[in-house]
Design a protein around this ligand. Structure first.
Ligand code: DWN
Ligand code: SAH
Ligand code: ZN
Length: 408
């Protein structure tokens, strides 16, 4: 018998609010010859009754997710390139103005943010365990260390480079269950007046939009202002600012500092109040979310089954990590969605994990449009619909499922 799981952060007891059953590794696109080796685990989410942090009940070893073949390249989206250019520019204009200032980014991926910092000639270091994307960044002239960021890495970086004015992570801190080691690393590395800034999907947006496909192996924690404030305090830091971002379906950028080093912005208290009113980590809210997830599954299946019965063709667009949870939980295979178009060369020619839908290039989409396209990359809807305007011009319709199933 396994022990009742407890909160990975504070040791409090966990209350499970959804079980997606057996799921594959979300970014493990698979060659037909390797189908017998697919790894599955139980994907379930819970909330801590003490500190309110939402988290996976079972994690998987980090090396199964982040390795030389990790396929996600952040720079595949023009909108995200613009977003990270702005993030970098804001650091350059504020925290990094003094000569010699140093910034460390962990989860720097292909250098989407640091390329702007490098171009400005400012001292920087990316820490990125997935070798292929780390090499892509290095090829752009960015300084990268191919490693997992944790306490031991931070000590080595500090010994070699001295203190950092900024430690930054986008869509990475929430991917790491060992936040204790990360905070100790930040403590070693951060200058006395430095800031640790991270941006990650916001639980309130996931619940409000029923965007349950944000739940998969890489997304270990689902932050709120309240749970991040408690977590930061536990590790000797203070949450001093929050900013709501529109990217990836709704995220928050958190700024933490050493206690007393910065005056907390009024936004922190405002968001804490708002979360209290929403009852974001309360049982009734998460029960309602669970019911909405089941309902969304049924409506999406209804639409796809009807298309098949009427002999309409359906393709997927965007072989996202998120779509692993969606397709496997909703039972969507190549019988309902014939193929998925994606601009990532490393995903093309492979099958989606668990659901085994072939991934093809966007050129193949344009060569012979389907009747419908299920937009798995719904967070990039504006950019993709603009790029693929020919599809709608020729009578094609997009199927979206966030916040509910609808056609465009
Ligand atoms: O948190 C994470 C985010 C930042 O990236 C990681 N855990 C993994 C990954 O998640 P994802 O795969 O769900 O991210 P995206 O950004 O929604 O993925 C978009 C996919 O769509 C990529 O495979 C690229 C593709 N795409 C495309 O084919 N044409 C994207 C755009 C914008 C396009 O025009
Ligand atoms: N920052 C980019 C990439 C996010 S994908 C963006 O927002 O688009 C998450 C990245 O974090 C992957 O490239 C993965 O290899 C990396 N990663 C995972 N664990 C990490 C750790 N402990 N330290 C540094 N990077 C890590
Ligand atoms: Zn807890």
């Amino acid at each position: 018998m396994s022990a009742t799981p407890s909160c990975r952060i504070c040791g409090g007891s966990l209350r499970e609010f959804f079980d997606f059953g057996r799921q594959p590794v979300a970014d493990a696109f698979v060659a037909p010859k390797d189908l017998s080796n697919e790894f599955f685990y139980r994907l379930a989410v819970a909330v801590c009754t003490a500190c309110t942090m939402a988290q996976l009940v079972e994690g998987i070893p980090r090396e199964r997710m982040f390795h030389v073949d990790y396929p996600y390249v952040a720079s595949g989206s023009a909108d995200m390139r613009r977003h990270f250019r702005n993030v970098a520019q804001s650091f350059l204009d504020n925290e990094l103005k003094e000569p010699g200032s140093f910034i460390v980014e962990f989860g720097s991926n292909d250098g989407i943010m640091l390329e702007t910092v490098a171009a400005a000639g400012v001292r920087h270091l990316g820490v990125e365990p997935s070798k292929r994307v780390a090499e892509a960044a290095a090829a752009k002239g960015i300084r990268v260390r191919n490693a997992f960021f944790e306490e031991s890495t931070a000590k080595e970086v500090f010994a070699a480079e001295g203190p950092a004015k900024v430690v930054y992570a986008a869509n990475t801190f929430s991917h790491v269950d060992y936040v204790d080691s990360i905070f100790r690393g930040v403590d070693v590395l951060l200058a006395p007046d430095g800031i640790f800034v991270f941006e990650d999907p916001y639980l309130a947006d996931i619940v409000e939009r029923t965007s349950f496909d944000q739940i998969y192996d890489e997304h270990y924690y689902f932050f709120t202002v309240r749970s991040v404030q408690a977590m930061a305090a536990q590790y000797g830091f203070e949450l001093v600012d929050v900013e709501h971002l529109p990217v990836h379906g709704g995220e928050i950028r958190y700024t933490v500092a050493r206690p007393g080093a910065r005056t907390p912005s009024p936004a922190v208290a405002r968001y804490l109040d708002r979360e209290k009113i929403l009852g974001i980590a309360e049982q009734r809210t998460l029960d309602r979310f669970a019911a909405n997830v089941q309902q969304l599954r049924e409506s999406l299946r209804d639409v796809l089954v009807r298309c098949r019965e009427q002999g309409r063709t359906v393709a997927g667009y965007g072989a996202t990590a998120k779509s692993a949870t969606l397709t496997n939980f909703c039972g969507i295979g190549p019988d309902l969605v014939s193929y998925i178009c994606d601009n990532t060369p490393a995903k093309q020619g492979l099958l989606s994990p668990g659901s085994h839908i072939p991934v093809r290039s966007p050129e193949e989409f344009a060569a012979s449009y389907p009747d419908y396209a299920l937009l798995f990359a719904w967070n990039h809807a504006a950019e993709i619909m603009r790029k693929e305007s020919g599809f709608q011009d020729r009578g094609g319709q997009w199927i979206l499922y966030v916040p509910e199933v609808h056609l465009v």
